[in-house]
Design a protein around this ligand. Structure first.
Ligand code: SF4
Length: 208
């Protein structure tokens, strides 16, 4: 049996990655990630580790990846369930994709206090979980929602406007980049981010 003790407080990224890589399936990963203490500030202030949503059975058609949980996600333990989640569900449905057929994940699994941007060491530590999640789920397509998620896949110099609208090959998987639903909400129903998000999700679904 693999050693699946949750990473201790202050554990380095390598320890998190080793633990994640040892998880043989989604349930094991979710159980051990749920007790992760690696980022001391986040572990002290979070209510839940928001590990992610996956289809009840079968391989997800798409994995959607955001930056980090917000307040509602932290309270409920589920990703994208606040206003951003409602808009995401609506735009996925309009594109012809049921959220139940997707995996919904974040780069960082614990809510940063006050919704601050996750710090680089937190992103580095939490990366092991996301790498293993993508290995286990093996979705044919991945959608990075927003610039932080886009940078996780494509590097720190990524400019969202330059990479959206077409697939990128990342480890043999099609990666799409688009706006985060919160940007679509911020700029309003007639704003450019919402139109771009709808258009990009339709392109992803069209590619499946
Ligand atoms: S953010 Fe990730 S690495 Fe940090 S404590 Fe939460 S689950 Fe662990």
């Amino acid at each position: 049996m693999p050693d699946l003790r949750p990473p201790r407080s202050g554990a380095p990224a390598e320890e998190v990655a080793r633990t994640a890589a040892a998880a043989p399936d989604w349930a094991s990963l979710a159980a051990v990630a749920g007790g992760c203490l690696a980022c001391p500030e986040l572990a002290a202030t979070r209510q839940h580790v928001v590990v992610g949503d996956v289809p009840v059975s079968g391989r997800p058609l798409v994995a959607l990846v955001g930056e980090a949980p917000g307040a509602t996600e932290d309270e409920t333990g589920r990703p994208f369930v606040g206003r951003s989640g409602a808009l995401l569900d609506q735009l996925l449905a309009a594109a012809g994709l049921d959220r139940a057929e997707t995996a919904v994940l974040n780069v960082v699994k614990c809510r940063p206090p006050g919704n601050r941007t996750p710090k680089a060491p937190e992103v580095a530590r939490c990366s092991g979980w996301l790498h293993r999640q993508l290995d286990l789920l093996d979705p044919p397509a991945v959608v990075a929602l927003g610039l932080s998620a886009a940078k996780w896949f494509l590097g720190p110099r990524t400019v969202l406007g330059q990479v959206r609208g077409r697939p990128h090959d990342v480890g043999g998987r099609a990666l799409w980049v688009t706006y985060h639903p919160s940007a679509a909400i911020r700029f309003g129903p007639n704003g450019a981010p919402r139109a771009a998000l709808a258009e990009d999700l339709a392109a992803v679904v069209g590619s499946l």
